[in-house]
Design a protein around this ligand. Structure first.
Ligand code: ADP
Length: 643
């Protein structure tokens, strides 16, 4: 056959072959990722093997599933295998499987483009942390380029006659060609990189290294991972060493979740998690349970220590993997997890759901519902234990996922509040750290019957609110709400152990003595007419004296169900809905400004209005609300200070 190279990308081999031999370019993002892999400084290069083996296992899963659900497909579980071969002389490593295989389009689609998740990541904020993230995401197949110069993938799809070979030496593209292959499945051959001063790649062609990597990362893979292992023994009556090779199964094949807890080391749990759920950090908690009874199941679940990068994205899909007797039937079964525990990763294996179950039927399946209920209580128990026994871990957890629990209380009209209320934490003015409601109530002052809270953007800002001074002086503990959902969740909760919640910026705090109250009432009454003038000037619900301010002249509070903080939150949302809190300007009765106001009321009402406008603006600023007419206020201040 004649061949002519007509450009770097096209080699002509006769008319028919020309199409096949055209070198194709990787999609832009794939190329970028590939560059990263090829030039990777990522230290944990060995994970590439686990990625290839997991892919092989997934491919077998797909075919095995077919054999279970399609009677025309006659295959037994024992027919399946993965085989890993090393060749020291050629410096190659091969991973072979007899799974579902790929046809030409699939080779193109699957190996020419990377998974969406990876694409997203590398476009977004993580640009500088690229190498660190490699182990985290489903970059799978491409990781093999960390250790290879060239990769060949020969694959034959189940049911097809033709096989294809995909070849690539990295970022300059790939070719796909027709080729011969007897067995259905995929063979991936890595041509390993040459050793450098820093990096030893030839070890991946070493039997012993590969055997230990399989044991380390892929022991739980359900299908046998075979290797031809060399055994040496001395000949009798001579020093000569005899070698022979034998095919052996390297992995134990028992899925991790089916092993008994006592057999599993923490490292194994963690490695399984990091591999399966693409996290580069260990999980905070492992929940491994086995339930026998009307509805039997094994579950292996994890609470991550960090939120997955897409966790707070709209299209984040919660769910656990659902297996039926070790066969994966659904990758994300959302019905197994309540929304408020959507951060949990893991899997459930049960003999009680049928393999052919569809997504729609699954939703009504009573078995699934029973399992979901049981799982919910296991997760709750685990969190409660963490709170009791590993406080620091729990705080880490809460800082990451606490908002999820708060939404859990708010959503569904509070039907889940009893599940969740003891898992909540808020920042405490006294402890300067997160505390639970139970802890708050237990140390409430004698006679205190409300749980005090204050809202703001940050704990520092709340700490500076005028309203907090007096309570702190009187040694009351205040919970600081900095998430916008906090106050909404608390309104649903209404009370905790019989104690109502009170926003210190909107309620009449019941901390004054009877005399103090009477005195204040009288002062307010005596100045009623003055307050009327002031109210008109700024058009709000009320103006009055208060005793709750220690040093500050004014503060803004509200009456009714809508607090100033809620007004801010709702109005900031991208909907047409706006609400207004009924605002009250409160003036510190003991502040020198009071005398001035009273004097102006008698002598110059115009001037009183100006002062009122300035005071009101100050109160709004402290609350973090905008001023309607900044120019007017600025001019007023200038006018007054020029006098
Ligand atoms: P991921 O496994 O996270 O989807 P990969 O880059 O590892 O990403 O693989 C991309 C896709 O290529 C897989 O989803 C699968 O469809 C296909 N694939 C990879 N390896 C094999 C294999 N050994 N047999 C069949 N298909 C495979």
């Amino acid at each position: 056959m004649t061949s002519a190279k007509i450009s770097d990308n096209i080699i002509l081999v006769g008319e028919k072959e020309a199409n096949y031999m055209k070198k194709k370019q990787f999609k832009a993002e794939s190329k970028r990722l590939l560059d990263l892999m090829i030039n990777s400084i990522y230290t944990n290069k060995e994970i590439f093997l686990r990625e290839l083996i997991s892919n092989a296992s997934d491919a077998i899963d797909k075919l095995y599933y077919l054999s279970l659900t399609d009677r025309k497909v006659k295959l037994e579980k024992d027919d399946f295998y993965i085989k890993v071969e090393v060749d020291k002389d050629k410096n190659t490593l091969t991973v072979r499987d007899n799974g579902i295989g790929m046809n030409e389009e699939e080779l193109e689609e699957n190996l020419g483009t990377i998974a969406q998740s990876g694409t997203l990541l590398f476009k977004e904020e993580n640009k500088n942390k690229e190498t660190e993230c490699i182990g985290q995401f489903g970059v799978g197949f491409y990781s093999a380029f960390m250790v290879s110069d060239k990769i060949e993938v020969v694959s034959k799809k189940f049911g097809d006659k033709k096989a294809h070979i995909w070849t690539s030496s990295g970022a300059d593209g790939y070719t796909i060609d027709e080729c011969d292959k007897d067995e259905t499945g995929t063979v991936i051959t890595l041509h390993l990189k040459k050793d450098t001063d820093e990096e030893n790649y030839s070890k991946y062609a070493d039997e012993f290294t590969i055997e230990s990597l399989i044991k380390k990362y892929s022991d739980y893979i359900k299908y046998p991972i075979k290797m031809d292992l060399t055994h040496e023994h001395k000949k009798e009556d001579s020093d000569e060493v005899e070698r022979h090779t034998e095919e052996e199964v390297i992995n134990s094949m028992i899925p991790l979740w089916k092993k008994s807890k006592s057999e599993i080391k923490e490292d194994e749990y963690n490695a399984f998690y990091m591999d399966k759920f693409y996290d580069y950090e260990k999980p905070l908690s492992v929940i491994h349970t086995s339930v026998e009874g009307k509805c039997s199941y094994n579950a292996l679940m994890y609470i991550p220590s960090k939120a997955p990068y897409d966790f707070y994205a709209k299209d984040y899909e919660k769910g656990l993997e659902l297996y039926s007797n070790g066969v994966l039937i659904m990758e994300k079964c959302g019905d197994l997890l309540p929304d408020y525990f959507s951060f949990v990763k893991g899997l459930v294996d049960t003999p009680d759901v049928s393999l052919n179950i569809s997504r729609e039927i699954l939703q009504q399946d009573t078995q699934v519902k029973t399992i979901a209920k049981s799982i919910e209580s296991k997760i709750k128990k685990e969190l409660e234990e963490m709170l009791q026994e590993r406080r620091e871990d729990y705080e880490t957890f809460f800082k990451t996922f606490g908002i999820n629990l708060k939404f859990g209380i708010y959503n569904g009209f509070g039907q889940n509040k009893d599940v969740l209320k003891d898992l909540l934490m808020f920042y405490s003015s006294k402890e300067k750290k997160l505390v639970t409601l139970k802890e708050y109530v237990e140390r409430m002052k004698e006679g205190q019957d409300k749980i005090y809270y204050a809202c703001g953007e940050t704990t520092d800002k709340i700490d500076l609110l005028p309203q907090t001074d007096k309570l702190k002086e009187e040694d009351y503990e205040i919970l600081y709400f900095t998430d916008y959902v906090d106050e909404f969740a608390i309104q649903i909760l209404q009370e905790y152990e019989g104690k109502k919640f009170a926003n210190i910026a909107s309620e009449n705090l019941d901390i004054d003595s009877k005399e103090e109250k009477e005195e204040l009432e009288k002062a307010n009454k005596d100045n009623k007419d003055m307050f009327e003038v002031m109210k008109k000037a700024i058009n709000i619900k009320d103006v009055r004296f208060t005793k709750k301010l220690k040093n500050h002249p004014v503060c803004l509070t509200s009456e009714g169900n809508v607090s100033v903080e809620m007004e801010k939150v709702i109005n900031a949302m991208p909907t047409d809905e706006t609400i207004t809190a009924e605002k009250v300007l409160e003036i510190n009765e003991n502040h020198p400004i009071v005398e001035k106001l009273q004097k102006l009321y008698k002598e110059d009402k115009d001037e009183l209005e100006k002062y009122t406008k300035i005071l009101y603006s100050q109160a709004r600023l402290i609350e973090g609300l905008p001023i309607d007419n900044p120019t007017e206020i600025s001019n007023l201040i200038c006018e007054l200070i020029s006098k």
